[in-house]
Design a protein around this ligand. Structure first.
Ligand code: AHM
Ligand code: MG
Length: 335
């Protein structure tokens, strides 16, 4: 079949033989994420309209409803996945602890756990800027048929069997990997179908975009400060372009397509950084590597870090390989 006209559903059927563990479960899980993404997309696309109605009527309720969009996204993803009985546990940015998913007879033979940030960058919704959903999938390590444990979630990123994101941008895209490259699908909103629009995405090895919240410059470590100065220097192909939306999925997506580096470092006000290892950095790192890019905490490969907590934060340097390597050189000067 001409892949240009391939739908996400067809792609999953066609590609499940390449999945790390070839089982229908993972296909069903990705299918469910696809479904939840469409529902969340529908809700997000109404956000502006809700505001208009709110301004004319009950402002408080509409204001509250908007703040609740990330909770709504969490519930929609959770329920869509739980209803289909395809995972044994879910961890989410919106939940303090992981959720044990029980089957009908209380046992659960499902093999996978899902970790997610249901609506990353949700503060951007108020100002009509793109947001995203990020997800990560592992095989459980505890025995099947028993309740899922924390250890099932605290696995190194290198153990991920699938990861992806949904970008609710000018168009809605679902980008994911199952460890066999990265493919992007764009939603045709008229018929509610994702089509393969970006097959086998490759991050340019070198880029000229750097994305970092420079407002925090004075708080950054010396290595990051020096790298930013390097990006701004008038030399070779520099200065680079600075682009920072403050919405990880969107900043990452742009840099992956065009070539660039995203940095969220430690700082004197955030000594561990801001982004969460399990459902923000690991999935993005897996996608970056699968697209030929690199992801690091400034010194070490993100996917090699052993998680110790569900909501653990890490510094994050991710994007074009040569740019991340250069940033690491500057970090190495100030360990
Ligand atoms: P969130 O999960 O609370 O939405 O925070 C994550 C977001 C990222 O999307 C974005 O890159 C970052 O926070 C922006 O943070 P800052 O405003 O500190 O630059
Ligand atoms: Mg987030």
């Amino acid at each position: 079949m001409n892949t240009k006209h391939m739908t996400l559903g067809e792609f999953i059927i066609d590609n499940q033989r390449f999945f790390k563990y070839s089982s229908g479960e993972l296909s069903r899980l990705i299918n469910s994420i696809r479904l939840a993404a469409k529902v969340v997309n529908h809700e997000i696309r109404k956000a502006g309209l809700v505001d208009i109605i709110g301004a004319a009527g009950d402002i408080n309720i509409q204001g509250e409803a908007q703040q609740k969009l990330d909770v709504l996204a969490n519930d929609l993803f959770k329920q869509t996945i739980i209803n289909r009985e395809i995972v044994c546990g879910i961890a989410s940015e919106e939940e303090d602890d992981f959720v044990i998913v029980e089957g009908k007879d209380k046992s659960n033979e499902n093999k996978y756990v899902l970790l997610m940030d249901p609506l990353d960058g949700s503060s951007n919704i108020d100002v009509n800027i793109s947001v995203g959903t990020i997800f990560s999938v592992y095989r459980r390590v505890s025995p099947e048929g028993t309740p899922v444990t924390k250890e099932d979630f605290l696995q190194k990123g290198s153990e991920q069997v699938a990861a992806g994101y949904v970008a609710y941008g000018t168009s809605t895209m679902l980008v994911f990997t199952t460890g066999n490259g990265v493919d992007g699908f764009t939603l045709n909103p008229a018929i509610g179908t994702f089509y393969l629009s970006h097959p086998n995405i490759q991050i340019p090895e070198e880029g000229n975009i750097y994305s970092v919240n420079e407002g925090n410059y004075v708080h950054f470590p010396k290595g990051v400060k020096n790298y930013i100065k390097y990006c701004q220097a008038e030399e070779d192909n520099r200065p680079y372009t600075s682009r920072y939306i403050g919405s990880l999925v969107t900043d990452f997506h742009r840099n992956m397509i065009k070539g660039g580096i995203y940095i969220y470092p430690t700082s004197s006000i955030g000594p561990k950084g801001k982004l969460r290892l399990l459902y923000e950095c690991n999935p993005m790192a897996f996608i970056a590597e699968q697209a030929g890019g690199k992801a690091s905490d400034g010194y070490k490969r993100i996917l090699d870090l052993q998680p110790t907590e569900l909501h653990q934060r890490v510094p994050f340097f991710c994007g074009s390989t040569k740019m991340v390597e250069k940033a690491e050189e500057f970090m190495a000067d100030h360990p």
